[in-house]
Design a protein around this ligand. Structure first.
Ligand code: ADP
Ligand code: ADP
Length: 226
């Protein structure tokens, strides 16, 4: 269960770049929010603020009643999936998935149980011993998703996770992520440029422009609006 309140969020870089400019949104448990908008409108910055990878300039992020401003990334119940997968090249798939749990001092048997479960869900059980360079793009993206799943986090943040994949794989992974959300029901904020992803994945679509919300609603509503 997670309830997320984003209140009057501002992020200014170098004193004059207003990347996020009074962003306000309440997100309910189990929502799959798709965030779209022109390049440079602040989407990635917003995700990084939620993950604690950047500090807010102003405003509040409240997760289940807790003010997050001073909570370190490691102590946030949030898992991030990046466009470039961000796997550790020197670690095999198993170690990549274990890393976040080890650094949080999870017991070895629990780590093992979670990895085997996630590997089964994502169909990468055969690849646990492989290093990322021996995997295809789709397999790398599954490992990146696996790293998020094993965390059992309350919130998934995904920044264009499929944009490095070819069209066919993209379509396949899109339906896999939809199924994953139906299965785990983890509240998700998903950034994309792809209108098909927005239409098929979002329970609510947020259109961002110049650091703030321009439109928000179910996808059909937003796209049908003249
Ligand atoms: P989007 O993800 O929508 O493309 P970003 O959040 O990456 O947008 O960027 C929003 C604005 O903030 C852009 O003008 C970008 O140049 C600027 N920006 C992003 N990150 C930094 C940074 N680390 N330092 C300075 N400016 C940044
Ligand atoms: P360490 O940091 O202690 O060297 P590893 O990350 O290499 O540990 O592995 C931790 C444990 O996870 C090992 O004891 C092993 O049982 C299990 N393990 C590692 N790789 C795999 C794998 N590919 N498949 C199944 N279990 C693995």
């Amino acid at each position: 269960m997670v309830e997320l309140k984003l209140q009057h969020i501002y992020k200014t870089y170098n004193k004059d770049i207003q990347a996020v400019n009074n962003f306000n949104l309440d997100i309910k448990d189990k929502e799959f929010i798709v965030l779209v908008g022109p390049s440079g409108c602040g989407k990635s910055t917003l995700l990084r603020l939620l993950a604690g990878l950047e500090d807010l300039s102003q405003g509040q992020i409240i997760m289940d009643g807790q003010y997050m401003n001073d909570v370190s990334p490691k102590d946030r119940d949030v898992a991030f999936v990046f466009q470039n997968y961000a796997l550790y090249p020197h670690m095999n798939v198993y170690q990549n998935m274990a890393f976040g749990l080890k650094s949080r001092k999870f017991p070895k048997d629990e780590i093992d149980r979670r990895i085997k479960n996630a590997a089964q869900i994502l169909n990468i059980e055969e690849h646990l011993d492989r290093k990322p360079k021996a995997l295809s793009g789709g397999q790398c993206q599954r490992v990146a998703l696996g790293r998020a799943i094993v965390r059992d986090a309350k919130l998934f943040l995904m920044d264009e996770p499929l944009s490095n994949l070819d069209t066919k794989l993209r379509t396949q992974m899109r339906s896999e992520i939809i199924k994953l959300h139906q299965r785990l029901q983890t509240t998700t904020i998903y950034v994309t440029h792809d209108q098909t992803e927005a239409m098929t994945m979002a329970t609510r679509l947020v259109v961002m422009n110049n650091g703030k919300i321009q439109q928000v609603g179910v996808p059909k509503e937003v796209y049908d609006k003249p």
